[in-house]
Every structure is written in C-alpha cells, then in structure tokens.
Ligand binder design. Structure first.
Ligand code: AMP
Ligand code: ZN
Length: 501
C-alpha cells in the first residue's frame, strides 16, 4: 500500500471534499483537541477519538509518516459560570488540581487502551506549555489584535475580523453580524470592549488554584490558546489537519484560527475535520445534561439504557458502522445489531483464513467470481479513500464474506476462486479488521467459550438462594468477592446480570 491512492477529505473550511495533498510529501501533521481531564470520559468523547484513531491508522497504512498530536487540557477550560473545570473538580474531591488531572488522564489512557486506539505521537499538556502560550499572547498584542485590561488580555475580534476579511467565522460558518447579535449583551462586570472578544490571558482571582506569572498579571491562559500554541510548537505554523468534535467548531476552533492568524498572519491548518456527535435519546451525549452512558456501564451491563453488557470491541465496531460525519444514536437495538455484525465479521475471517489455497489445481483463468471479489476489495478501499467511510468498507467486506460462506457451505466449489484472489481476500480481511478498523478478537477475554458464563450463572444462583433464605453473610461475601475481582452484579427487572469493570 502506498500514497498513490488518492484520498478525498471533507474540509469544514470549504464545505467540500478535497484531494488530500500533504504540505511535506509523505508526511501528515494532525492535531486533535484532547480531553479536559476533570472527570471520566463519556462514550461521546470516545467516539471522537475512535474516529480519529481510524483516520490515523489509515494514513499509516498508506505509508504516511504521521505526527499525531492530541493534547490534554488541564487548565483554562472554564465552566459557563466562569470557574476553571479543573479547579471545580479538585474542590469537589478535595484534591490538588494536578491530582485530578493525573487521575483522569490515567483513566482516559486506560479507556483508549481498552478501545484499542493507538497512542498519539505527542500528547502535550496545557500546563506544560505556559511559556509558549505567554509568548503567543505577546505576539498577538504586538500585532495589535489584543488589548490588556486590569491584568487580563482580550482578543479584539472586531478589529481582527475587519482587517482579515473572511477569516473569523470560517470554521463555524457563522456570519459575523449574527455572532455579534448573539453576543450583544455585555455583562456589567465584563472588561471586554466587545461581547465577541475573548480572554487569552486571565488575571487570577482568589478562587483560582493554578496560577503563573506573566508580563500582565499572575494568572492563567484562556482555554483556546493552548491548542494554538501547542499545534504551532509541534506541527509548525501551518500544518495539514486539525480535528475535533463538531461541538468545538464554535467558539474553540474559531478562536484558535483567530489566535494563530493574529500571532503570525497565517492559517494554522489547511484542513479542518469534525467528527459528529454520539446521541443518546436523540440528544447529544453530554455529561453536564446527565444524558450519558459511561463506557464502564456499557461494558458491565449496568446502564439503565441497555439490556446487557457489550464488549469494548462491539462498541468500537458500533461506532465504525456509521461514517464519522454522521450523528450516531446509541440504542440497545443498534448495539445488539453491532454485536451480531462484529461476531459475524470475526467468524467469517476465521473461516476465510482456514480455507486452503490450492495453486496447483488452478487453471490460470479469471472468472466472474474473481472479478466481482476484486471489485468489492477495491470498493472497500475506495470507501476509506472517500473521507474515511468505514460504513462502506464494512458493507464491502460483508459482501466478500458471502463468498466465503458459500465456499464453506460448499455452495461454491473451493476452486471457483483463483488462488491469488483468495490470498488477496485473506490479506484484505486481516488488514481491514485489525489494522484499519483497529478491532481485535476479544471473545477469549470475555469468556465467550461459555465456561465463565456457566460459572457466573452458578454463583449468581447460589447468591439468589442465599438471599431468599435471608443468609446475608453468604450473599454479601459473594458480592464483595466478585467486586474485588472487578465483577459488578446488577439486579434489574429482567433478572440479574453481571459484567467486568
Ligand atoms: P471535552 O473533554 O469536553 O473537551 O471533549 C473531548 C472531545 O470529545 C471533543 O473533541 C468533543 O468535541 C468530543 N465530544 C464531546 N461530546 C461528544 C459527543 N456526544 N459525541 C462525540 N464527540 C463528543
Ligand atoms: Zn483544542
């Protein structure tokens, strides 16, 4: 595989799919906004990172040297009430902000590992890049696009927009006048000259826990600034791709572009890619609204929204069944269908890999089956080339799979397919399933051979019997020991279920 394949990627800036042309041939620089580590990642966050993981993997498969930068936000991301999320998290838990950051960074890495995502090449932390951010604030001030007020520094949106037509609003597609109208009200305590202006440096307040010295005040950087500073540091002033979830287009990405332009006069990324939202009950999955399922709940079957536990690879496959730019609604039926689809794909691959390749019996001619299969293989790659359409690639593999089952069921003679085509089918399945989709066979891990299920059912029967006898010592011992082993038991309307945390 090589870069000869022509990749088309949807660019939010132009609203069109564009042929991908890297700035440096053979190399890809990609920045994706990482998590704010003040609580556990929810499944929506995971979907965005799984989407970019597949994109990362496909670039690598095409032999690009990828520098994938995904940051950790550990300062500056404020709540709607103006409180730093990290500080809020640490006050609630009575921990140092860095303890909070560490706890949830470790948890995030664990979740990324469970979902089999490859680590980024660089994972910079906002708190580790304060000098770079201070330097950028100074550059923006020097170029006249920011002003200082009482120790805080604000980006001057109207001035920047007037002097750089077509720039502010280019990511979110927002019309400047609408934006100004939306933010018409200037709060009385606001120091901003215009409601659309935003802080790039904030003077510390008594309640702020993480503070640094700067030429303007002891304070902390604005949230948007870290991504501008860290993408520039590791990928250069202009790089290939900037990504994130759809919900970050405004204000985060819009302000990033303004800061980069404002500090150096050039655009940060040539291409902006946005992954669409994971929905629950047809609404964006979001922690602040309580509309969420945690990955652990899904893997253990303890969510009120699902009837059973789903393995991490089923969840990953579920995410890949939709294109990354489509919304995806998580429902029990959809997960059941994904489980069926995932098992079928893995099973088909096992059968395919066991089919013998008999080159001697081959008469050298290509037939209709061969041509159809080669066409389907090409379709799978074309799906990926067309803005990373995993849904099309999965559909093509399933169609190839029907040939595999026909041979296995002797509806087609084994020599109906040319040996070299069969070899190609085998390598295509392995490449797509493991390298591109990043799936793995987790049936052994989940005890799918039935032994663990059988033992668990026996233990839960004993527990149930103990409970009906009011033998709390036995039932508590079973619950506590299972919990020590990381097994959670859920008593639901439909009976007792269990899962591994
Ligand atoms: P945050 O930690 O809130 O900054 O979010 C981390 C990433 O998850 C960002 O790229 C968000 O756009 C993305 N994200 C948040 N909610 C969802 C969702 N429901 N579906 C998909 N991605 C999401
Ligand atoms: Zn960002």
């Amino acid at each position: 595989m090589n870069q000869a394949r022509s990749l088309r990627i949807y660019n939010t800036l132009t609203g069109k799919k564009e042929i991908f042309e890297p700035i440096v041939p053979g190399h890809v620089g990609m920045y994706v906004c990482g998590p704010t580590v003040y609580n556990d990642a929810h499944l929506g966050n995971c979907r965005t990172y799984v989407s970019f993981d597949v994109i990362h993997r496909y670039f690598r498969l095409l032999d690009y040297k990828v520098r994938y930068v995904r940051n950790i936000t550990d300062v500056g991301h404020l709540t709607d009430d103006g409180e730093d999320r990290m500080a809020k998290g640490s006050k609630l838990a009575q921990l140092e902000p860095m303890e909070v950051a560490q706890r949830y960074t470790v948890g995030f890495h664990e979740m990324m590992r469970i979902l089999n995502t490859l680590p980024p090449s660089i994972e910079p932390r906002a708190t580790g890049h304060i000098p770079e951010q201070i330097e950028m604030v100074q550059d923006i001030l020097d170029r006249g696009y920011a002003y200082e007020k009482n120790g805080s520094v604000y980006f001057n949106v109207p001035k920047f927009a007037a002097e750089n037509p077509g720039t502010y609003g280019s990511v979110s597609g927002r019309i400047l006048e609408d934006l100004y109208a939306e933010t018409r009200e200037l709060k009385s305590q606001d120091e901003k000259e215009h409601p659309a202006d935003f802080a790039i440096w904030m003077k510390g307040r008594p309640q702020d826990l993480m503070l640094w010295k700067s030429p303007w005040s002891v304070g902390f950087p604005g949230w948007h600034l870290e991504c501008s500073a860290m993408s520039t540091k590791y990928l250069g002033k202009t790089f290939d791709i900037h990504g994130g979830g759809n919900d970050l287009k405004f204000p985060h990405h819009e302000n990033e572009v303004a800061q980069n332009f404002g500090s150096c006069g050039c655009a940060p990324a040539k291409l902006w890619m946005h992954a669409n939202m994971l929905l629950l009950n047809n609404k964006k999955m979001s922690k602040s609204d309580g509309n969420t399922i945690s990955p652990a709940e899904l893997f253990t079957g303890t969510s009120q929204h699902t009837s059973k536990a789903y393995s991490p690879m089923v969840v990953r496959f579920f995410m890949l069944m939709a294109h990354y730019r489509s919304t995806l609604d998580i429902t029990d039926e959809a997960l059941l269908a994904a489980e069926k689809g995932f098992k079928k794909l893995m099973e088909t691959n096992k059968i395919l890999q066991s089919l013998p390749v008999d080159s001697k019996a081959f008469d050298g001619s290509e037939n209709d089956h061969d041509r159809a299969i080669l066409e389907l293989i090409e379709e799978a790659y074309k799906g990926m080339d067309d803005d990373f359409n995993t849904a099309i690639a999965i559909a093509s593999l399933n169609e190839i799979g029907s040939y595999v089952h026909k041979i296995a069921n002797q509806q087609l003679p084994a020599d109906a397919i040319a040996p070299w085509v069969l070899e190609k089918m085998k390598s295509t399945f392995e490449t797509f399933i493991f390298n591109i989709f990043g799936l793995k066979d987790d049936s052994a891990e989940s005890g799918d051979d039935g032994t663990i299920d059988g033992l668990m059912s026996l233990i839960l029967d004993i527990r149930n019997h103990a409970r009906t006898q009011k033998d709390w010592t036995t039932s508590d011992k079973i619950r506590d020991t299972l919990s020590e082993l990381g097994i959670q038991v859920k008593d639901g309307k439909e009976g007792v279920s269990w899962g591994k945390a």
